[in-house]
Each structure stands twice: as structure tokens, then as C-alpha cells.
Design a protein around this ligand. Structure first.
Ligand code: NAD
Length: 495
């Protein structure tokens, strides 16, 4: 096991003042593979102070200068992708292809952040004779980012690079379940030439997050994680009059119409439901099958899912994050079975497992008959797909619209008109047509629907939404004498 991690403040490792640590475990075996600081308010204060001290110099560099450093960081991430992916496999459990994708997708946002000087300009308009209005983007100051366990690199990159290039200084709090990846990334900021205090990181859990939100110098907070904590973070920040964007959980519905391609739909649904062991906020959770395609589509889904083997090599299904999560996932399947659902593919007994002692579960497909089954409605966050048959399009929409979540939804069909009917009625922030994981890429932003359990706060994350979030538009109204007025004045003065 490697030596205990430190916080990262002013470009240097900073052992936690709290002196407290927790074990980081390998989900494949549950053996300890690291030691994560549990920072307290004093640790957070030190990181925020460093970020606050760095802000005046960092924010007055040109945006091009900041983007140039980010470009170097981008190259370093690419050069270190294999090493970072190894850490993601170790602490998160993903298979190696998924871990490399975590790094590559995160680095796409870094790449977009490098283009901000071409898109982040202000505006100017002449509004009256001699009077013009313009707005200028200004950074906010110190901003905080709080991340979940399921994408150790990609989710921190949704905000950190954009916040930095826009001129803010950052304090990141990675998930205490997966702190090793970002600990390795911190050194790359130094290697790229970022000045001390621009990027800082504190490890820990609830206490560190609370101290971060409450620190007076922190002007804005982004959070990605479960809905109850997203709601709590959003309420706290609102109370403190801070800008906040808090993305929560998901229960994504995929609707298959009778005119969909059975093979393509089955393949896509299986990838969406079981990739990353179902621990994605974009994972397919519920497949609603309209009409007569049920037997052939379900057979194809079950056949494709049953071929997935456990392991962490490309294409294999990794473990879920911890024992508590495994217990919760199995509990939903047990309860659904008790309530009369048919378990078409049962992954609860994972034997033989690739490594002993880990949180393994094979793909599971449940065919529900009770519309009220909690497994159909709650976020399970594991390798479980719920299937439910409906007779009409209207019924499919009613079920999707009734979900308290609103992250993503997808329609499978071969007709454009059918797709339009559904995309104009789905109640979710990110929609797919024949795409089970409809992740918008920059310059588009990522985020569920406001007013649901999937999103609280302002704007969207990544892309142009993050550019807006991490800047203030300062409005400047100017009045200068026109050339004609100047001439009149000179003439008048001469007389
Ligand atoms: P989590 O809510 O348990 O933890 C997320 C972060 O919150 C961690 O850094 C944790 O330390 C911190 N935290 C824990 N308790 C806190 C408290 N009381 N106050 C403030 N912060 C606290 O989430 P998780 O289990 O790490 O991640 C899985 C969840 O994240 C799922 O619900 C998933 O859907 C969601 N998620 C959502 C998106 C999205 O874009 N909507 C993306 C990825 C993950």
C-alpha cells in the first residue's frame, strides 16, 4: 500500500492538520489500497487561503496565458493516461477500457477549456447617440468543486479546467472513495507550470465539504453526487448567497417502439445499462417496451447481457464500489422478486469471481409487472436493468414523466416523426434518439432538468454553461462626446 495521501495546497503536498485518515479500498477485493485524509475546517481554511492569495495575480494574467498552461496540462494528461487509468481501475473498479475512457473524456473538457479565448468574449452595443453598453466577463474568485466516486477524473474535469481558464482559483474535494487519481493529477498542474494556489485540493468527506461551502472567500460551488446531498449543498449555498450548481442522481428511461431495430437497440441498451457496472448517472435504468416487440427485444437484451463476464479487462464487468452499495443493489432485486417480478437474468450469485473478497455482481434483468415496484423508481446505481411493457406511447411518456428524476431519456425508433413526438415530451435534461448514453459534448453543456432530483441550482456543467457559471458579466455603460459634439464644443469655445 502506498504512503498516506496529503492535501495539495500552494503546489505542495500538505499533510492534514486534522491528523485523520480513512482507508481507500480496492472494490475488486475490498483490500486497503491507500489512505485518504479526512480534512477538517483548518485544512479547508488553509486551501481556501492559498487560493484567495493566488487569485489577484492569476485573474490578471491574460486568458490566453491561462489557456496556454492548460494546453500543457492537456498534453501531460495524455502522456500519463495509462498511469491514471491504472489508478482508476484500482480504486474505482472499472475495467481498463472504461478507465481509459474516463481519462480521455475528461481531457476533452480540458481541450475545450483551451479554446475559451475564442468564445468567452463580452458584447458591445451602441444604445443611443454617443452611449454604448458592453459587458465584460470577470472571474468570481475562489470556487469549490465537490466530486462523486464514479468518474474519478472526468467529473473533476467538468469544472476545474473551465473555472481556471476563466480566471478563478479552485479548491477541489474529490470523493474520499477514489482520491488516488486526482492526487496523481495534482502533480501535473505543477509540471504544466500553474502558479502556486491556482489549483488546490482537500480530501475528506462531509466535514470538509461543509467547511468548503461555508468558507467566506468561496464564491461558488459545484457539486456532483447523490440527490439528498445535492439538495443539502444547494440549500446551504443559497442560504449563504453563493452561486451553486448541484447535480444529483438519476433514473433514466429508455423507450423502445415496435419499429426499432431489435439487434441495435438490444446492444445499445446493454452497453448503457451495464457499462461501468451501472454506476453512471447516464446509465439505462428502465427499458419501457411499447407493444409487440417485447419477446424478441427482451430475449436479445438477456442474451447479450448474459455474455458479459466479470473482470477488469476490456469489455468485462467490474465490481461495484463498496459492500454497502452491493447490499443495497441486491436488496432491490430481492424485494422485486418477492413482489412478483420475474428475474430474467439473475446476477446476485457472481461465482466464480475473478478476485475473492470484492463487490461483484453479474448483470441482472428484471421484468416487472407491478408499476409501483421501488426498483422501477429509485436510483439503484448498479448492474440492474428494469423492463416494463406498456401498450401505448402515452403510457410510456406518463411513466417517464412521473419520475422525480430528470437526467436523461432515450427513444429507439426508425422514424423521425416518432422520435420528435417523444423528444418533445420527455421530462429530462439530456435526450437520446437511438443513443442510450446521450452525453452532450462541448460546447454543449451537461445537466439534468431543473426542478427535479437530478439538478439543483444555476445553469449547467461543462461547455458554455460552465463558462457562464464561472464568470460574472459586468455591465459597463459609456458616454463619450461624438466627433460632431466635440467640434461644436471647439467652435463654441472659440466664439
Ligand atoms: P455522494 O453524494 O455520496 O458523494 C458525493 C460527494 O459528496 C463526495 O465528495 C462526498 O464526500 C460528499 N459528501 C458526502 N456527504 C456530504 C455532506 N453531508 N455534505 C456535503 N458533501 C457531502 O455520491 P457518490 O456515491 O459519490 O456518487 C454517486 C451519485 O452521484 C449517484 O447518485 C449518481 O447518480 C450521482 N452522479 C450524478 C451525476 C450527474 O451528472 N447528475 C454524475 C455523476 C454521478
Amino acid at each position: 500500500m502506498s504512503s498516506p495521501l496529503s492535501n495539495f495546497i500552494d503546489n505542495r503536498p500538505a499533510p492534514p492538520i486534522s491528523g485523520l485518515y480513512m482507508d481507500v479500498t480496492d472494490p475488486a477485493t475490498n483490500a486497503a489500497c491507500g489512505s485518504c485524509p479526512l480534512s477538517d475546517a483548518a485544512d479547508v481554511a488553509a486551501a481556501v487561503k492559498a487560493a484567495d492569495r493566488a487569485f489577484p495575480a492569476w485573474s490578471t494574467l491574460t486568458m490566453k496565458a491561462r489557456a496556454a498552461l492548460m494546453l500543457k496540462f492537456h498534453a501531460l494528461v495524455r502522456a500519463n493516461a495509462g498511469r491514471l487509468a491504472d489508478l482508476i481501475v484500482l480504486e474505482n473498479g472499472k475495467n481498463r477500457t472504461e478507465a481509459l475512457a474516463d481519462v480521455a473524456k475528461g481531457n476533452e473538457t480540458v481541450e475545450w477549456a483551451c479554446t475559451l479565448p475564442s468564445v468567452a468574449q463580452g458584447r458591445r452595443l451602441d444604445v443611443s447617440r454617443g452611449i454604448s453598453c458592453r459587458d465584460e466577463r470577470r472571474p468570481l474568485g475562489v470556487v469549490a468543486a465537490i466530486a462523486p466516486f464514479n468518474f474519478p477524473f472526468m467529473v473533476p474535469m467538468w469544472t476545474v479546467p473551465i473555472a481556471l481558464v476563466m480566471g478563478n482559483t479552485v479548491v477541489l474535494k474529490p470523493s474520499e472513495k477514489v482520491p488516488l487519481t486526482m492526487a496523481a493529477v495534482a502533480g501535473l498542474f505543477v509540471e504544466a507550470g500553474f502558479p502556486p494556489g491556482a489549483f488546490n485540493m482537500v480530501h475528506g468527506s462531509a466535514a470538509a465539504c461543509t467547511a468548503l461551502m461555508c468558507a467566506p472567500a468561496v464564491k461558488a460551488v459545484t457539486f456532483v453526487g447523490s440527490s439528498p446531498i445535492a439538495s443539502l449543498v444547494s440549500n446551504k449555498c443559497r442560504e449563504l448567497n453563493k452561486r451553486v450548481l448541484a447535480l444529483g442522481g438519476a433514473k433514466n428511461h429508455l423507450v423502445a417502439l415496435p419499429d426499432c431495430s431489435v439487434q441495435d437497440t438490444a446492444r445499445d441498451v446493454v452497453t448503457s445499462a451495464f457499462g461501468a457496472a451501472g454506476q453512471r448517472c447516464m446509465a439505462a435504468s428502465v427499458l419501457l417496451i411499447v407493444g409487440s416487440r417485447l419477446p424478441s427485444l427482451v430475449d436479445s437484451v438477456v442474451e447479450a447481457a448474459s455474455k458479459i463476464v466479470l473482470g477488469q479487462a476490456p469489455g468485462e464487468l467490474g465490481p461495484v464500489i463498496d459492500e454497502g452499495s452491493l447490499r443495497k443493489i441486491r436488496g432491490y432485486v430481492d424485494a422485486a422478486e418477492k413482489g412478483g417480478a420475474r428475474i430474467l437474468l439473475d446476477g446476485r450469485d457472481p461465482s466464480p469471481v475473478p478476485k475473492e473478497g470484492g463487490n461483484w455482481m453479474k448483470p441482472t434483468v428484471i421484468l416487472h409487472s407491478d408499476k409501483a415496484d421501488p426498483a422501477l423508481h429509485d436510483e439503484i446505481f448498479g448492474p440492474v436493468l428494469s423492463v416494463y411493457q406498456v401498450e401505448t406511447w402515452q403510457e410510456a411518456i406518463e411513466i417517464e414523466n412521473a419520475s422525480p428524476f430528470g437526467n436523461a431519456a432515450c427513444i429507439y425508433t426508425s422514424k423521425g416523426g416518432n422520435a420528435d413526438w417523444f423528444t418533445s415530451r420527455f421530462r429530462a435534461g439530456m435526450l437520446g434518439v437511438n443513443v442510450g448514453i446521450p452525453v452532450p459534448r462541448e460546447p454543449f453543456s451537461f445537466g439534468g432538468l431543473y426542478g427535479t432530483l437530478s439538478k439543483y441550482g444555476d445553469g449547467d456543467i461543462t461547455g458554455e454553461g460552465a463558462m457562464e457559471f464561472f464568470s460574472d458579466r459586468i455591465k459597463v455603460t459609456t458616454r463619450w462626446p461624438t466627433v460632431e459634439e466635440e467640434l461644436e464644443f471647439v467652435k463654441g469655445g472659440a466664439a
